[in-house]
Design a protein around this ligand. Structure first.
Ligand code: SAM
Length: 331
């Protein structure tokens, strides 16, 4: 397969691809996808699984070593498991992980595990059924909890629970999520609410900085910082004294990690994107469909790596300028 490449961008090695399998989702989270008025990508413009596989193989040749499958909701797309099976056979991919809202996890967890995937992130912003329904637009908390339980039973490790912290919405549950780590081996990760997409309901009042979350969690006991390892990504990790699980904080805004960001994104529509917050994209689907040669396509991946912005620059410009929904970029 590929020669050992070091896809350097300054001091960063860009070796992590987040692949949006679909822009469709079975939830309508207030911060992500509005109930009405979403312009879904027409089906014929969404990458087929064959195209995704080819682009992952080419990206590997440009130095990508880790893939996270995201969306939209990856588990709503038909044929996802056979795709996962093929993806897991791609040589030189060191890690494949999945981000899901967990609604269909109970149904698919065993098949996912059989494909050799055991790292999973489940998004869950409330443990209260009514509040969950208010945030996501659907009364599915019980399904998500069943999915997480099944993943635990099957030995997924780690199971990361992603909580978007929003003032006045779920800030009263920060401690409940923290307490969960005393009884469960989950990695609960608090994510700062990000101003992304057109109708994301973000306001500065709703934003809770990571430090404030940390201060609240300290009331539960001593929070010991954990050593950073190369698979951690951008989270600052802690463990509460005596807890089975971990706490993570992702300060995408207050403590941005652009200097360490090793991510490239491939949208469901087949565009390469260097930064979540920048709408500058490179269309790789059109040349792929036109039958351009392998070298040209690999060069486009390298170009996307090369053009990756130094930082997200959110403090210098209007955050809402990023017009795509998170669901179509791949969160
Ligand atoms: N459907 C999958 C899920 O729910 O995890 C994958 C896609 S979702 C867009 C990926 C992650 O992005 C979720 O953890 C979600 O909470 C997060 N997310 C989406 N919009 C966000 C925002 N405005 N601020 C912070 N996180 C956001």
């Amino acid at each position: 397969m590929s020669t050992e490449l070091s896809p350097q961008k300054g001091n960063r090695t860009i070796n992590y691809l987040r692949l949006s399998v679909t822009d469709r989702c079975n939830l309508r989270c207030i911060y992500c996808m509005p109930e009405e008025g979403v312009d879904f990508v027409p089906h014929n413009q969404v990458l087929s699984y064959e195209e995704m596989l080819r682009l992952v193989e080419l990206s590997v040749k440009a130095g990508i070593r880790k893939v996270r499958l995201t969306g939209g909701e990856p588990l709503v797309r038909k044929g996802f498991i056979p795709f996962l099976e093929k993806l897991s056979a791609v040589e030189e991919l060191k890690e494949i992980s999945l981000t899901t809202n967990g609604v269909l996890l109970n149904e698919f967890a065993l098949d996912i595990k059989r494909c050799g995937i055991c790292r999973i992130n489940v998004s869950l912003d409330s443990l209260d059924p009514q509040k969950f329904a208010r945030i996501t637009g659907r009364d599915y908390l019980h399904r998500v909890l069943e999915g997480i339980k099944e993943a635990e039973r099957l030995g997924f490790n780690p199971i990361k629970i992603n909580v978007v912290a929003m003032r006045g919405i779920n800030d009263d549950e920060i401690l409940d999520f923290g307490r969960l780590t005393f009884t469960k081996p989950y990695h609960v990760r608090f994510i700062e609410f990000m101003p992304i997409g057109k109708n994301n309901s973000w306001t500065s009042d709703r934003f809770i900085p990571a430090d404030e979350i940390l201060t609240a969690l300290r009331t539960l006991g001593e929070l010991k910082p954990l050593e950073h390892n190369s698979l951690d990504g951008p989270a600052q990790r802690y463990r509460l004294q005596g807890a089975k699980g971990e706490i993570g904080l992702i300060g995408a805004i207050s403590n941005h990690f652009c200097a360490q960001c090793n991510r490239l994104r491939l949208t469901a529509e087949g565009h390469l994107r260097g930064c979540l917050f920048s709408d500058k994209e490179i269309d790789i689907k059109t040349p792929l469909r036109e039958g351009r040669g392998e070298e040209d396509l690999i060069d486009l991946v390298k170009l996307a790596i090369d053009r990756k912005p130094k930082d997200h620059g959110l403090l210098q410009r209007d955050p809402k300028k990023c017009v795509r929904h998170m669901s179509s970029i791949g969160g």
